[in-house]
Write a protein that binds this ligand. Sequence first.
Ligand code: SF4
Length: 335
Amino acid sequence: MSASTLVIQTAFLGDVVLTTPLLSALAAEHGPVDVVTTALAAPLLETHPAVVQVIPYDKRGRDRGWTGLRRLGRQLEASQYARAYMPHRSLRTAALALLARIPIRIGFSGSWSFLYTEGRPKPQMGHETDRLLALANGAMGVYRPQLRPRTEDETVAGELGIDGPFVALAPGSIWGSKRWPYYAELATRLAERIGVVIVGSADDADLGNEIQGAAEGGTGRQRIVNACGRLSLRQSAALIGRAELLVTNDSAPLHLATAMGTPIVALFGPTVTEFGFGPLRPGDVVLGMDGLLCRPCSPHGPPECPLGHHRCMRDLTAVAVVRAIEDMGALRRRN
Ligand code: SF4
């Protein structure tokens, strides 16, 4: 049984997590919704309380090209949706709603909004969560990101071999210049005092092994586990939800922690929170090199520092990060 409202969000994983408040707002307005999202993000939304069903769009695999898009359009047309919401400004998204013959198509004004029946201005300021909520009526500031791992996800996350409290570290990022280079030193310092779990995808496994190896070479009394590539996304969310706090770059795990209610120490290098993708909860901490004139240097963070020195990250010390963690109380309670 399909919902009457379809949301199409096929952007990056973090964007999908930040769309969950919009799903809640639209569900309150129209009833629970169906969602088209990437094959990667689909399992995260399957358990969301505002969602009836998730339709994966494998835009780089099975559904690639216009043939795949038309096939998915026909599949969606059979569900006879009354309306579609499109928080991601892209030709593929706009075309998909049109191909599915959905009579009311609402998205943000921009290049492809001539394909919508209603284009709304996207706010320039504020957190991305609230900017996306501008597509719903009167919902800005009301809803927050939320994920609901299943009990079995919690069970797997709990069987990683880490006993007692731990800090989670998310050292990866698609964009190289966003990666803080001192996670190994941080893990070594933390492992003296608390368990450490490294989270990330299979692509981060080697980096996780390096960090784990360095920390195990120290005098750490606590256990350190590299979970990169060992968990599904929902299991990773469950793991982050169990952590005392998460230390992360400006990347998707930050938003997973926000959605799971886990305290955050976020390390921002080439980007800044004014772009709208920082932590949302009071008490979360953002560290960045204020006063560095080249910062910010790009909306996403370039693959490498264009100036070669990468001071926005290299000047941010592990000692400063440990101090921030101490100030949040995660270590002090146990010493
Ligand atoms: S140019 Fe500046 S802000 Fe950009 S990556 Fe290099 S140090 Fe960081």
